[in-house]
Design a binder for this molecule. Sequence first.
Ligand SMILES: [Zn+2]
Length: 68
Amino acid sequence: MPIRGKPFKACRRCKALVDKNAEVCPYCGSRDLSDDWEGVVIVIDPEKSEVARELGITKPGRYAVKVS
Ligand SMILES: [Zn+2]
């Protein structure tokens, strides 16, 4: 997937995917957002998701697997 045209940015602090026009992460309030991320994981139930546990995700939402 080309980097240009990604509809989201990823938060470096909590890995949440946010609108590319957003300046603040709505999940954790961080302004440290990155255009350079890979993979998407949708977490519906963090307590039952192994991926969520591995990535340290505690809230349901849409997250990047890797944020540079
Ligand atoms: Zn965040």
